[in-house]
Ligand binder design. Structure first.
Ligand SMILES: [Zn+2]
Length: 106
């Protein structure tokens, strides 16, 4: 059904650093020692974590895992295709993310 190649989707999910995306979307974050949590776009809670290895964001309260595409869909209330376009714009040649991760100072 999707006209977007699977490889392209996988690349988008894996190349947009999940924490960068959380900042980019303007999702509120909180710092707990060296850990950073974010406001779950599903339930609004903060018992959350990001995993740089899997590039997933997880909410322990509503027990959801968000990949980059899910996060955009839920936070911005976009369709799947619009979310993909949003991410493609982020990683496009003109974007700062295309030049590599640039985690802002916390
Ligand atoms: Zn949640």
């Amino acid at each position: 059904m999707s006209r977007i190649p699977t490889d392209r989707l996988r690349a988008l999910r894996n190349t947009v650093p999940i924490l960068e995306l959380i900042f980019e979307l303007g999702i509120p974050t909180r710092k707990h020692g060296s850990r950073l949590t974010f406001r779950c776009p599903g339930c609004g809670g903060f018992p959350t974590a990001t995993n740089p290895r899997t590039n997933l964001a997880r909410c322990f309260y509503c027990r959801r895992n968000f990949n980059a595409i899910d996060l955009v869909i839920v936070e911005r209330r976009l369709s799947f295709l619009d979310a993909v376009q949003f991410l493609e714009a982020l990683v496009g040649p003109r974007s700062s993310m295309a030049r590599g991760p640039r985690l802002r100072q916390l």
